[in-house]
Design a protein around this ligand. Structure first.
Ligand code: MSP
Length: 518
């Protein structure tokens, strides 16, 4: 595998980022960091979706110009991703002039091809979804079930995209590629939606929606957000209708595009049709993750339960984001909904990262110092059945990541750590030391340290700071590719001194989060 290209949904910047947005960026970052351990070049794109009626109205309501408002909020997203150590390669903003120019060219190409045509239309528009909806999408009160708001009746002459032309090809693609949509149980949902699709409106009249990209040659029409937004995945790479860049040729098609289940229709139907119309290869996989609730309740401004990543970090006085990353990345099985609660967060990371993993390394190194002055003697270097477990864990973790099963992969790391803890308990190196069985005692410690090198590599995508602290104390090269890991990383000789040992993760013991900070 030479390159790996992954993308996230681009967030609407009409507010600040919350833990739901963070969930997706963490998942994607963990996936990308894992594949950076398997390829020479892993590239992650994230971004901000800055056009449309929602931004236009919200910025007006706070008395700001839309661009000024977007700049302010886009900075909040970038800050949050920095705080969470999201190692993205690029953050695209749809107000970027290059993006806007290419979107206009894409639109023009589709008009020239006859795939976009003008048509008078009366429909129901949900500003929350930024799309037209049909009666059957609404609840019994005529409200959008996602946004609990009544769609507006809109009568306009708009440009329409011939989605129906691509219906059969999309159905064929989804049926012939059962792993295209991850998890595969969502593919049926999409196939059902495809049954009733119609051509879609892809522009709005400027007098109704002014904040967006004008149609080239028809200034009275603004390109409706989804063509603008979806195109980000290729415009970011320098796609051009006439002369695609080297970067585009290198990275496209995406290996996996990560999105929430609520926008799967746009990605597995609209996006595929646009790509087919542009005659561009399709992404290899679409990963539709579930939704994160707070204390089992849907997050909403009106309920006042919106949790931001920075508020969690502040309330637990966290200096590094590893614990939050780990918790979110393992919050739900692939594609299922997950939940955040302060209590559960604290309990889980204390148990997994401090008690099981961190302590294991800390007490093993401490025993090595206590009994052997931190030195690995040649007699300690033996083979162990745990090394076969390490190889197996590496393969299992890789296997889960092949299906983007991020939480399931973490479970395999936990199992390896648990087995190793059991090995220490069963071998009781402290008793061996008391009995002066020095070689046997040293062999147990050596074995655990070898396993911990592998654990540091495997945990790295989730907890990069913890992993690098582990690797440093083990004198292990964390940049080793997964396929190159030999279980022979601990060198004979002095490994560590007492002063160099430090806990890789401190328990979260601050009192439960102060709600007022959220
Ligand atoms: N701008 C569109 C996406 C365009 S992609 C070309 C959008 N923006 S959003 O800000 O509403 O959502 C961004 C991403 O965050 C989506 O994938 C969405 O599913 C995800 N989430 C928003 N709230 C969420 C939770 N509570 N839980 C998990 N993910 C959630 O949609």
């Amino acid at each position: 595998m030479e390159k790996f290209y992954t993308t996230t949904a681009i967030d609407y910047v009409n507010g600040a980022p919350h833990i739901g947005h963070a969930y997706e960026k963490i998942l994607t970052d963990v996936i990308c960091r894992h594949f950076s351990q398997r390829t020479s070049d892993a590239y992650m794109l994230t971004g901000c979706d800055e056009h449309g009626i929602k931004i236009q109205k919200t910025s007006a309501s706070v008395g700001m110009q839309p661009q000024e408002f977007c700049d302010m909020n886009a900075a909040k997203f970038a800050d949050a991703w920095k705080l969470l150590d999201i190692n993205y390669s690029q953050l695209i903003r749809t107000t970027n002039p290059e993006h806007k120019k290419i979107v206009q060219k894409i639109f023009k190409k589709l008009v020239e091809k006859g795939d976009i045509y003008k048509h008078s239309y009366t429909g129901l528009y949900c500003a929350g979804c930024e799309c037209f909806v049909s009666e059957k999408d609404l609840d019994e009160n005529g409200f959008c079930p996602n946004h609990k708001a009544k769609p507006e009746v809109v009568e306009e002459e708009n440009y329409f995209f011939k989605l129906t032309k691509y219906k059969d090809a999309i159905i064929k693609h989804i049926k012939e590629n059962p792993n295209f949509i991850v998890p595969s149980f969502r593919a049926n949902e999409v196939l059902n939606q495809l049954e009733n699709i119609e051509d879609i409106s892809v522009s709005r009249v400027k007098s109704n929606v002014s904040w967006g990209i004008p149609v080239d040659g028809d200034d009275n029409q603004i390109i409706y957000v989804w063509i603008d937004a979806l195109s980000n995945y290729i415009t970011a790479l320098g796609y051009d209708t006439e002369n695609p860049s080297e970067k585009f040729k290198k990275y496209w098609p995406a290996d996996v595009q990560v999105i929430g289940k609520d926008i799967l229709k746009f990605h597995s139907i609209y996006w595929l049709a646009i790509l087919m119309a542009l005659e561009i290869p399709l992404p290899k996989h679409i990963l539709a993750h579930g939704w994160i609730t707070i204390d089992e309740t849907k997050m909403s401004k009106s309920l006042g339960n919106v949790v931001s990543p920075s508020s969690v970090m502040e309330s637990f006085e966290m200096v590094e984001p590893d614990a939050l990353r780990y918790y979110m990345a393992t919050a739900a099985p692939c594609g299922k909904d997950g939940n955040y609660s302060d209590n559960d967060f604290k309990e889980k990371v204390n148990a997994h990262l401090a008690n099981s993993m961190g302590n294991l390394l800390n007490r093993t190194l401490s025993m090595l110092v206590k009994y052997f002055d931190g030195e690995i003697k040649p007699e300690f270097v033996v083979d162990s059945p745990l090394f076969a477990d390490c190889k197996k864990a590496i393969e299992e973790v890789k296997h889960h990541f092949n299906y983007y099963e991020v939480a399931e992969a973490a479970q395999k790391i936990t199992e390896l750590v648990d087995n190793t803890n059991k090995f220490v308990t069963d071998s009781a190196p402290w008793t061996l030391a008391k009995e002066e069985k020095w070689n046997e005692c040293g062999q147990v410690l050596y074995t655990v340290l070898e396993v911990m090198c592998v654990v540091s590599s495997l945990i790295y995508p989730y907890c990069p700071n913890i992993a690098s602290k582990m690797a440093k104390q083990l004198s292990y090269d964390l940049s080793t590719k997964l396929d190159d890991i030999e279980i022979k990383n601990i060198k004979v000789g002095k490994l560590i001194s007492k002063e160099e040992i430090s806990p890789v993760f401190l328990r979260l013991d601050s009192e439960l989060a102060d709600k007022s900070k959220k």
